[in-house]
Write a protein that binds this ligand. Sequence first.
Ligand SMILES: [Zn+2]
Length: 597
Amino acid sequence: MKLLRLLLPAALLLSSCAKKPVQPQDFSSLTEEFVHSTLALSPVTATAAGYHVHRGVPLDEKLDDWSPAGVEARRAHWRSWLERLGRIDASKLGPAERADLGLMKNLCEAGLFELDTEQNWKNNPTFYVELIGNGLFTPYSLNYAPAEERWRHIIARLDAVPAFLETAKANLASSNAVWTQTAVEENEGAIGLIEKEFAPKVPPALAGRFREAASRATAAMRAFNGALGSLKDSGPDGWRLGPEKYARKFQLVFGGLATPEQLLQEAEQALADLRREMFKTASPLHGKYFPHHRDPVDLNLIVGEVLGKVAEKRPAREKYFDEAQKSLDEVREFVRNHSDKIVPLPPNDNLKIIETPPFMRGIYAVGGFNPAPPLQPELGAFYWLTPIPPDWPRERVESKLREYNHYGLRLLTIHEAIPGHWLQFEYAAQVQPAPRRVLRSLFGDGAYVEGWAVYATDLMVREGYLDRSPELELVHYKQLLRAIANTILDIRLHTKGMSEQEAMELMMKRTFQEKEEAEAKLRRARLSSCQLPTYFAGFQAWKRLRAAAEAKAQGNFQPGEFHRRALLEGALPMPVLAEVLGLEPGAASGGAPQAKP
Ligand SMILES: [Zn+2]
């Protein structure tokens, strides 16, 4: 390592004399090499991306290598790319190439940050459990090759599980109760996937091989769960990232959109404003639903009562899934009829609703979206809906269905699918050339992606979806309030020692969340960092960008066209998107424009 550092300045010196304009085709092949070699570091990700063979090595049969040699290979990868990309003179590139260069450099920095600073691979057992789960589930659910071949990939990965978990045990230095508990549950989910879901479906010719591989793998997975109990406990606060690491990660995730302090301040102000807005929407509904209540003044009481009434309109437990399917058809139709204000529907229809895979239900407690592989978009995209577990007591089921009532479930479909994530990824799948498309889809900007989904939901409500129902508006506001609370929670939990009680109060008393939802959110906040604020930060950035484009268009603004152009760029960091769209780079950020050299 020392050697590498010694060599670096010399290389940089050399490059500064040799700078010459980079040709777009050279840059594109550089991007391709970057994307492919990065994917090869994670065969599990590569399969999901539609990248199956790297320099003659089949990736679909392998799990990621986290052995000491594998860790060293990652470090060398990120460092050498950072050095190589650093030699490129960004001022000689066009805006699209410059944007890609920034994305790649950022990805290297983020890779090194994980490896050397955050270190989930040393402290978070869910890291390994989810890799196994994804590694097995992708060849099962994604039809990238004939079934028999994919079953061979599953078997090869099952064969690799015992050694993979030995490495995991050797790497893990500590954990905390939340992460360990989640790892155990997700691991049990993955065992269930192998034994209950896979076993009956293996082609007869491979059944013997599968049984052998599966029994060794599941034995290792059970032993791993047992071994987690003896890991060093990093204490009740072990999941908090801490202010310094958080600030660095925040910079990497949000690309200078704001600092944690700025965003926290903005979120707390927005929370107060939106609560007042909700009061305005709720008051007439309160009069209609509760004509005998007198002189309503208390905001929490009025809004709470109306939300409670609205939540009574909800699907039956056994109709939850059908209702989601129905909502998908409805929103598709609405967007088709309002494409000038929203955005034209993409031509493909590759979207399926499926149950969230069991090993992912720890973090996807409600639902999620799994985009089509950017290299094989024809394989289909999945809207994950997490089913209600059959063993839940009635009270818990009721709480969930109150949250995902008639309106809430529709808003979820809008967010995850149309015109939210599915539609956005379909546009991103049209980015050319292919290396750029893969880069911006796989390693795209979180605030762009989640911000779009929130912004698109807001658009649907504003354009009058469900006949301008005030009930829908109120539930939408409640969900916006939740995105704001997510921001406050993430920043305060990871950097300011927020207690569990304070977190639950923020969610249940100030933002009207059900207990079930709040508990799941608290768990998610402890399992991740800098992801929960992407919704609000991105939403604000999209609104600002639109306002800037509208001002620039001087009365000729066409929203559908603006959205189409912004979506066709793929998931760039919001300040970069502003620049690519010909707006001021500061147009996406709040307050003072971002400094730019
Ligand atoms: Zn989302």
